[in-house]
Design a protein around this ligand. Structure first.
Ligand code: AMP
Ligand code: MG
Length: 435
């Protein structure tokens, strides 16, 4: 059975070929959206700054802006002849020995080359006696030097400079930058269309009543879980509902989905049960690149691609991710394999792929583990007062335990060949993205 790392590598290589050949980034559709909607979308243009930042020489401090050529030694007395406020500059002239009161972000007058912070003057002592309608004197309490406390025009960003490059995954800091530049709309790649289908005769859609107890029907929780896990990605989701365990209906739904979507995700129906039709259908309409992965939960995972049927070949392959049915397996497979793949498919630049965050933690209890598969055990991670982490693993780790999943805040990652671990040992932990 392929290791998780080898499967991740194989999927990554397939997606790199897909992005180069099957659906090149240069051929992707682009759409213009509002700044406030662009978080987590992928920028499809370079953004050039329309102006210098700062636009003018501005003060970095509240204090006094002193005329060029003034003495700047401690005890120098300066005549203050006016004021420059943010949004309301001083327009008069200044000669050596003169200055103006100035505030952070206000324009430094042309004749001035130094800003003295008010803490380095006798401002505090004379504050009460100042009559702003008249010139007054302040005294420097420390020596200053030319250029102090001035943010020079264009110092941070020059007009025309590229501040964000095509392929950037837009985040709140990027939105701040764009807003500072007055950019109201941005061009982003059109989100990929991702089909989601659940399979199983026992499933009932949330919102519908369960039938008689004898049928042991259960609610389809995987579709809501998947939609929520993918909510922050640049994808649009097409929900194909619940497909019964029936070959014809499975073929019909997969056929529709492959014509409408870029990627198809399914849950369940990929085990070796007599009613698990999905693998058959994928082989009929495309191919299976990998089946089963040495991870727990999540072993019966399918990575394949749909190519079309005999009458109708698809213009481009539709990548297929078949997740196992157990809610926990679906979640683990989505976190480890599907989400990174969807980001890679999204045309995000390689250096801006989201990181999978991990921390090292000390086990609070003994953990049972048999060698052979990489385990993702559920646990509760907490941070100690010295900043280190402790993790408590749940004693029961079966993949159908849904209450426990909601009580956990992390996955404890145990290497494939590791055996049991004792309390006190160090382990790698992936906090859930929402923890
Ligand atoms: P299967 O892979 O079809 O054998 O499903 C494995 C287990 O997952 C079975 O117990 C199913 O009832 C359960 N299961 C399958 N699909 C879902 C779903 N969409 N929501 C919740 N549980 C599911
Ligand atoms: Mg089933």
């Amino acid at each position: 059975m392929i290791t998780l790392e080898a499967l991740q590598q194989a999927i990554t290589e397939r997606i790199e070929r897909y992005n180069q050949t099957d659906f090149p980034v240069s051929k992707r559709r682009v759409q213009t959206i509002d700044l406030l909607e662009c978080q987590n979308h992928i920028l499809a243009e370079d953004i050039n700054s329309p102006f210098n930042i700062p636009r003018q020489n501005v003060s970095a401090m509240d204090g006094y802006s002193i005329a060029a050529g003034s003495a700047l030694d401690a005890d120098t007395s300066i005549e203050i002849v006016g004021e420059s406020q943010a949004g309301s500059p001083y327009t008069g002239k200044l000669t050596a020995g003169q200055g103006v009161r100035i505030f952070t972000g206000a324009v430094v007058p042309d004749d001035s080359d130094t800003v003295i912070m008010q803490e380095n003057t006798n401002f505090a002592e004379i504050r009460e006696s100042i009559d702003k309608s008249q010139p007054y004197h302040i005294t420097l309490t420390q020596a200053a030097k030319a250029d102090d406390n001035i943010r020079k025009q264009g110092e941070e960003i020059a007009e025309g400079e590229v501040v964000l490059q095509k392929g950037k995954r837009l985040n709140p800091a990027d939105i701040s930058l764009l807003a500072n530049l007055g950019v109201a709309k941005v061009k982003v790649y059109q989100p990929l269309k991702v089909g989601v289908m659940a399979t199983g005769d026992e499933l009932v859609a949330v919102g519908q009543p369960l039938q008689s107890l004898a049928l042991a029907q259960i609610y389809n929780s995987n579709t809501p879980t998947l939609k929520t896990l993918l909510a922050g990605l640049p994808v649009t989701i097409e929900d194909y509902g619940i497909i019964p365990d029936n070959l014809e209906q499975t073929v019909a739904t997969v056929t529709t989905a492959m014509r409408e979507c870029d990627v198809l995700l399914s849950s369940a129906g990929v085990s070796v049960g007599d009613y698990d039709f999905l693998t058959t259908v994928i082989e009929q309409l495309g191919k299976i690149n990998h089946y089963k992965v040495a991870m727990k939960p999540g072993k019966p995972f399918v990575f394949g691609e749909l190519l079309g049927d005999s009458d109708n070949k698809l213009a481009k392959p539709v990548l297929f991710f078949g997740l196992p049915g157990n809610p926990l397996s679906t979640l683990a497979g989505t976190l480890q394999l599907v989400i990174p793949s969807l980001w890679r498919l999204s045309s995000v630049s390689a250096d801006d792929m989201p990181m999978v965050r991990t921390v090292q933690a000390t086990l609070d209890n003994d953990v049972r583990k048999s060698a052979g598969r990489k385990d993702f055990q559920r646990g509760v991670l907490s941070q100690n007062s010295d900043g280190s982490f402790t993790v408590k693993a749940f004693s029961k780790q079966q993949s159908h335990r849904i209450k426990q999943l909601s009580q956990a805040n992390c996955l404890i990652v145990l290497a494939k060949d590791s055996g049991n671990l004792a309390a006190g040992e160090s382990v790698t932990v992936q906090p859930f993205p929402w923890s």
